[in-house]
Design a protein around this ligand. Structure first.
Ligand code: ATP
Length: 513
C-alpha cells in the first residue's frame, strides 16, 4: 500500500459523499472533517457494531452518554491539566512543526523497513534455499541495522520515561533525522504543548470559569461510576461503555481522518477486583482484536504493539495497529489503568469511589481495564481495506468497489427498474416501500443499468435488485451481488428474508461468539 492509495481514498470519499473537509467553501479548517450522507450511515453502523458487541453481548456492561463539558476539577484530578502534553519540535528552515516522538518513531519504522528489504533481497537471491531465521541472525547489514534499532529504542524509551526533552532532541540530532518536508536538520529545542482546548463557561458578566472540551470520553465514565453502580445494581466485574466526541489540539494534524482535532471515541471501562486486572486485560485484548478481524479484511492487517512507555498509572498497555497506507498505526488502545482514576477522583472530590465486595466482605477502589477505540480511525481502516480497483472481465472496463461488510454498508439494497417505462418503475416503487421498513434502501431509475451498478459499487451497496420484464410474468427480480457481480433470480416475496440473512448485524455479531 502507498500514500497514493490514501490520496485516492480521500478523493473517493469526497466524490461519493463519505467525508468532506469542514467549512470547505471557506477553504476548510485544519484537521476537522464532516461526514456526508454515506459517511454518516457507515459511521452509525460502526457505532452499532461496537455498541452491540460490547453492551448487548456482555450482560455485565451498560452504556451511558455523558456531557462533553465537565467540572474543571475533573481534568486536574485526571492529570490532563498538568500532563496531557506532546513534545513538539520545529524545523528552523521549513518552519514546520512536528511531534518529536513521532519523528523518532517514523525513523525507527524506516530502519525496520530496511531489514525487510534485505530479507526480500535474500529471498530473491537464494530462492527455495532461503532460511529467514538464519539470514536475520547472520547477515551483516541486518545485524548492523538491528543494533541501531536496539540502541535507539533504549535511548527513546528512557527519554520518554524520564520526560527528558533534551535527550529527545539529541536522539533526533544523533540519528540525523531530517525534516520530511525540506530535508533540513536544523531543529529547535523540544517543548511541551498541552492538547486540551479551553473555553469559558457562563456569560461575561458572571465570574468566568475556564472549562475544557473533553480530550477523552473516559472521565465521563469515572465520574459516573457510583451513579451507574448504584442505579444499575452492578456487581464487579462490570463495565460502562460510551461513544462520544473528544477534542485535542493536535500539533501535527495530517493523514486525513487519522488524526483530527475533533473526533469520536468508543470507550469501555471495566471495573475489576484488584489483582484480577491481568486476567481481564488478556480477555479484552483478545476480544477486541477479534472484533476487528471479524470484519473479514484479513487477519494480517492487524497486530498488537506493546507501549514503549507506560503512563505512570498503567501496569499494562497494548495497541491494536492496522496496516494503513502509511504503515502500521494505532487504531485502538487496551490499557490496564489500576485504581488511578477512581483514586484521584476520590481524593479531589472527597467522595468515596469504592465498591463493597460481598464475597470478600470488604470495600475497595476497583481496578480498571479500558478499551479505547477511535471511531474515525476505524472508519479509515474500513475505507482502506474495502477500496478496490478492478477490471470487469466481461466488458473490460474499470470499476471501483468498496467491499464493506454488508452489515456496515451505508445502503443495503438498491432498487433499480431496468427501464423507465412498461410499468417497471411502479413495481419497483412498491418493492422499495416494502424494503424501506427494514433496511436503508435507495431507488434509482436514471442512467443505464451498468452505470447504476457502478455507482452502487462505489458506495459499497452489497445488493442491487433489478426489476425487468420477466418480473411482470413471474414475480421475480434479479439480485446482483456486489463482490462477485453474479446475479440470481429470486421471488419478490422472498426478498426481505433473503436480504435480512445477508445484511443483518446479528450475522456479523455471530462471528464474535
Ligand atoms: P496517538 O498516539 O495516535 O496520538 P493516543 O495514544 O494518544 O493516540 P488514546 O489517547 O489512547 O490515543 O486514544 C484512544 C483512541 O482514540 C486511539 O487509539 C485513536 O483511535 C483515537 N484517537 C486519539 N487521538 C485521535 C485523533 N486526534 N484523531 C482521531 N482519532 C484519535
Amino acid at each position: 500500500m502507498s500514500d497514493d492509495l490514501l490520496k485516492k481514498i480521500i478523493a473517493h470519499s469526497k466524490e461519493y459523499g463519505f467525508i468532506f473537509p469542514s467549512s470547505e467553501i471557506y477553504d476548510g479548517l485544519g484537521a476537522v472533517y464532516d461526514y456526508g450522507q454515506n459517511g454518516a450511515e457507515l459511521k452509525n453502523n460502526i457505532k452499532e457494531y461496537w455498541w452491540r458487541s460490547m453492551v448487548q453481548l456482555h450482560s455485565n456492561i451498560v452504556g451511558i452518554d455523558a456531557a462533553i463539558f465537565m467540572h474543571p476539577k475533573v481534568w486536574e484530578a485526571s492529570g490532563h491539566v498538568s500532563a496531557f502534553n506532546d513534545p513538539l519540535i520545529d524545523n528552523k528552515d521549513s518552519k514546520k512543526r512536528y511531534r518529536a516522538d513521532v519523528l523518532i518513531e517514523e525513523f525507527r519504522a524506516k530502519l525496520e523497513e530496511k531489514i525487510q528489504k534485505e530479507v526480500e533481497k535474500g529471498k530473491k537471491k537464494f530462492g527455495d534455499a532461503f532460511n529467514e531465521v538464519q539470514f536475520l541472525e547472520t547477515n551483516p547489514n541486518v545485524i548492523r541495522t538491528k543494533t541501531k534499532i536496539d540502541e535507539l529504542n533504549k535511548r527513546f524509551i528512557n527519554a520518554l520515561n524520564n520526560n527528558d526533552l533534551e535527550e529527545l532532541r539529541q536522539i533526533i540530532i544523533d540519528n540525523e533525522i531530517a525534516c520530511p518536508e525540506s530535508g533540513s536538520k536544523n531543529w529547535t529545542e523540544v517543548r511541551q504543548f498541552n492538547l486540551m482546548f479551553s473555553t469559558k463557561l457562563g456569560s461575561l458578566s458572571e465570574v468566568a470559569n475556564t472549562i475544557y472540551l473533553r480530550p477523552e470520553t473516559a472521565q465521563g465514565i469515572f465520574v459516573n461510576f457510583l451513579n451507574v453502580m448504584k442505579s444499575g445494581r452492578m456487581k464487579i466485574p462490570f463495565g460502562i461503555a460510551q461513544i462520544g466526541k473528544a477534542f485535542r489540539n493536535e500539533i501535527v494534524a495530517r493523514q486525513f481522518i487519522f488524526r483530527m482535532r475533533e473526533f469520536e471515541q468508543m470507550e469501555m471501562q471495566f471495573f475489576v477486583r484488584p489483582g484480577d486486572e491481568m486476567k481481564w486485560f488478556n480477555y479484552w485484548k483478545e476480544f477486541r482484536i477479534k472484533w476487528h478481524k471479524n470484519l473479514g479484511f484479513g487477519d494480517e492487517k492487524y497486530r498488537f504493539h506493546e507501549h514503549d512507555k507506560l503512563a505512570h498509572y498503567a501496569n499494562a498497555a497494548f495497541d491494536i495497529e492496522f496496516d494503513f497506507p502509511m504503515g502500521f498505526k494505532e487504531v485502538e488502545g487496551i490499557h490496564s489503568r489500576t485504581d488511578f482514576d477512581l483514586s484521584q477522583h476520590q481524593e479531589f472530590s472527597g467522595k468515596k469511589m469504592q465498591y463493597f465486595d460481598p464475597d470478600l466482605n470488604e470495600s475497595y477502589v476497583p481496578y480498571v481495564v479500558e478499551t479505547s477505540i477511535g471511531l474515525d480511525r476505524t472508519f479509515l481502516t474500513i475505507l482502506c481495506a474495502a477500496y478496490k480497483e478492478e477490471i470487469v472481465e466481461s466488458t473490460g472496463e474499470e470499476r471501483v468497489v468498496l467491499a464493506i461488510p454488508p452489515a456496515l454498508a451505508p445502503v443495503k439494497i438498491a432498487v433499480l427498474p431496468l427501464v423507465k417505462k412498461d410499468g417497471l418503475p411502479e413495481i419497483a416503487d412498491k418493492i422499495f416501500d416494502k424494503l424501506k421498513l427494514h433496511f436503508n434502501v435507495i431507488y434509482e431509475e436514471k442512467d443505464s443499468i451498468g452505470k447504476r451498478y457502478r455507482r452502487q459499487d462505489a458506495i459499497g451497496t452489497p445488493y442491487c435488485i433489478t426489476i425487468d420484464h420477466q418480473t411482470k410474468e413471474d414475480n421475480t427480480v434479479t439480485l446482483r451481488h456486489r463482490d462477485t457481480m453474479e446475479q440470481e433470480r429470486i421471488s419478490i416475496d422472498e426478498l426481505i428474508k433473503v436480504a435480512d440473512e445477508k445484511v443483518s448485524m446479528a450475522k456479523l455479531l455471530e462471528g464474535l461468539l
